[in-house]
Design a protein around this ligand. Structure first.
Ligand SMILES: Cc1ncc(COP(=O)(O)O)c(C=O)c1O
Length: 353
């Protein structure tokens, strides 16, 4: 069934609130949002409306039982000023994998991708143009039954909001490898972007931040032997001339879209990429014998973030200066060149608005 996307534009734009020289992640939201409701087994027509508070009953089910999922996408502006969204269709597919596991309805592509395109078209002025900047796009779905009781909901809302973003980390990140807490177990929801995954990570995250670290590197739940992923990034290690990243078997790791892009581009360049279990002791051994050349995280928010320091128990691994990292620097530049339209997109990753 085709959807009609209605637009109710804002009377007075708030664009003057955007200071291109002082953009803080996730603080300011652009003029409009998209909202669609699901009821009686079908989605209604999405609407693009002025960004505003929602009015919800305190009994709204997602607030109690966590039937809530989200995505993270970015739009960039090229030199001509045209807006480009990076791989939105892949986010749509991942959103629906999350939805399936969380007993939530699939979001139709027309609502997710076409709705997003129309929203970005309307709010193009909110895409910052300074180097490294973008518009962060946050699609999400919540269960909206007014019912306190544990059962899958029947009513849902899908919403997209957007927020101007600058570069996420300005210097290499420090990472603490955790072997006490667990992010995900096989059979659980680690492969989804369910809100609960992030809620459960707050306490361990608070602990490592107090210790002066930026992010956690999670380990597997059985033995705490194999590394999994970082807070909101997948992780890559360059050992000798090989690039190694944890595989997705077991469903404990989020299938990152940046991760997939990095693997594709490196393989096309002829670099050996191994997706396989990688243990913390293998990383420590490589560090000691000098073959651990680079380590970096990948994600939509942070793009490609070099790891400057990696700590496991009392073992502090300090990596060499980032300027010397060939692989990370190449992949970061190449991805940015595709996103900002400086080189051709040979993969069909860009949706031009
Ligand atoms: C837990 C987790 N891992 C990895 C990623 C990276 O995924 P992507 O590259 O699709 O942003 C994210 C961010 O979405 C995340 O939240």
């Amino acid at each position: 069934m085709p959807f009609e996307i209605k637009i109710n534009p804002i009377a007075n734009s708030r664009i003057s609130e955007l200071d291109q020289n002082n953009i803080q992640f996730g603080r300011l939201y652009s003029d409009h949002m998209l909202i669609a409701h699901y009821e009686d087994g079908t989605w209604g027509n999405p609407e693009i409306v002025p960004f505003a508070n929602l009015s919800l009953s305190p009994a709204t089910t997602f607030m109690h039982y966590g039937q809530a999922i989200f995505e993270g996408v970015k739009a960039y502006k090229d030199a001509k000023g045209d807006a480009r969204i990076f791989r939105p269709e892949d986010n749509w597919k991942r959103m629906n994998r999350s939805a399936h596991r969380m007993a939530m309805p699939d979001v139709p592509k027309e609502i997710f991708v076409e709705g997003m395109r129309k929203l970005i078209d309307l709010d193009q002025a909110w895409i910052p143009t300074r180097a490294g900047c973008s518009l962060y796009i946050r699609p999400f779905m919540i269960a909206t039954d007014e019912f306190v009781g544990v059962r899958p909901a029947t009513k849902f809302s899908f919403i997209i909001i957007t927020s101007p973003a600058a570069a996420y980390y300005s210097k290499p990140v420090s990472i603490f490898v955790h072997d006490e807490f667990v992010r995900a177990f096989p059979g659980g929801i680690g492969f989804t972007k369910a809100a609960g995954n992030y809620g459960a990570s707050m306490y361990p995250d608070q602990l490592i931040k107090k210790m002066g670290y930026d992010q956690i590197l999670w380990t597997d739940g059985f033995e705490h032997k194999y590394v999994q992923e970082i807070g909101t990034m997948n992780v890559f290690f360059v050992i000798d001339d090989k690039v190694i990243t944890p595989d997705l078997v077991g469903g404990t790791i989020l299938e990152g879209i940046t991760r997939a892009s990095v693997i594709t581009l490196l393989k096309e360049k002829g670099v050996t990429v191994e997706e396989r279990p990688i243990s913390i002791s293998e990383i420590e051994a490589a560090y000691k014998n000098g073959t651990l050349k680079e380590a970096f995280g990948t994600g939509t928010a942070a793009s490609v973030a070099p790891i400057g320091k990696l700590t496991f128990h009392t073992d502090v691994m300090q990596l060499r200066p980032v300027e010397e990292w060939e692989t990370m620097n190449w992949i970061k530049t190449t991805l940015d060149d595709i996103r900002y339209g400086r080189i051709e997109d040979n993969h069909g990753w860009i949706l031009t608005v």
